[in-house]
Each structure stands twice: as structure tokens, then as C-alpha cells.
Design a protein around this ligand. Structure first.
Ligand code: ATP
Ligand code: MG
Length: 140
């Protein structure tokens, strides 16, 4: 079993449906916390994208600042990385609707900057992001 840091982004109005989907697909939600990210936290959160041409759009688009809390989750399942990738579908929602019609992004994402869900792309990111997002309550 592997852990994964996953996020329901504030660009979606379908948090409860997405949570139901996640549980229905056999992921265990071991931690869950709603957090409004500041700009600084958003930049830290997406730091691996800081050299990408779309970085400022990703931050400035206001997903984190304007539209309410992110739902941060630690998910657990066998073969977690591949399973979550498959559940999310491709990054671009129009591609998701073509290539993976049952995926979360096909159902809930609007456009490339409003992709509804996020998942850490490797074990190192998972540990960094869990430490970063849950540090205030991971004192035990
Ligand atoms: P995430 O990391 O959010 O789970 P992902 O791994 O499918 O998504 P990444 O390549 O890591 O895709 O991109 C991170 C986020 O940056 C995406 O969710 C999307 O909103 C945005 N993004 C990715 N590619 C582009 C692009 N070409 N133009 C604009 N925004 C993009
Ligand atoms: Mg990614």
C-alpha cells in the first residue's frame, strides 16, 4: 500500500461527489483537511512547476486565493500512483473527455487551469507535500 497526497481544487463545485467517487474507487482517505492557500503557499505547493511558462497563470488564476478552500487528502491504495493517475485522467479536460470519459477530470474539470483534482507525481513530492500541508497537526 502506498500513500499519495491528493487535492480537490477549489475550482470545482463538486467536492462531495468527488469524495464519493474516490471512496467508491477503493481509495482509503486517511487524512482530510480543508485549507485556503495563500499565494506563498500556492507557489510553494507548485514549486516543481516554477520554471514552466504557465506558472504565473497557475498561481495568478486565483484557484487557490479566490475560490475557497482546497480539500487536502492523504489517500492509500495498492499501486497508488498509477491508480490515481488513471482516476484523474489526462491534465487537459477536453483530452480527458475524449480518452478517459469516466475519469474525474472528464466529469468535473473545466479547462487546463481548472482541473478539479491534483495528485503528487512521485513519492518524494508526496512526503514533501504531506509535511508542508499537515505539519500543524502531525505532532504526535
Ligand atoms: P496536477 O499536478 O495538478 O495533478 P498534472 O500532473 O496532470 O496535474 P501537471 O503537468 O503537473 O499536470 O500540471 C500541473 C497543473 O498545471 C495542471 O493541473 C494544470 O492546471 C496546469 N497546467 C499544466 N499544463 C498546462 C498548460 N500547458 N497550460 C496551462 N496550465 C497547465
Ligand atoms: Mg503534476
Amino acid at each position: 500500500l502506498e500513500d499519495m497526497l491528493a487535492v480537490i481544487k477549489p475550482d470545482t463545485q463538486h467536492k462531495e461527489e468527488i469524495l464519493e467517487e474516490i471512496r467508491g474507487r477503493g481509495f482509503t482517505i486517511s487524512r482530510l483537511k480543508d485549507t485556503v492557500l495563500s499565494r506563498e503557499m500556492a507557489e510553494e505547493f507548485y514549486r516543481e512547476h516554477r520554471d514552466k511558462p504557465f506558472f504565473s497563470q497557475l498561481i495568478n488564476h486565483g484557484l487557490f486565493l479566490r475560490s475557497g478552500p482546497c480539500t487536502m487528502m492523504v489517500l492509500t491504495k495498492d499501486n497508488m500512483l498509477e491508480e490515481w493517475r488513471a482516476s484523474m485522467g489526462p491534465t487537459d479536460p477536453s483530452e480527458a473527455r475524449q480518452a478517459a470519459p469516466g475519469s474525474l477530470r472528464a466529469c468535473f474539470a473545466k479547462e487546463i487551469l481548472e482541473t478539479a483534482v491534483h495528485g503528487s507525481s512521485n513519492t518524494q513530492h508526496t512526503h514533501q507535500k504531506i509535511q508542508f500541508l499537515f505539519r500543524d497537526i502531525s505532532t504526535e
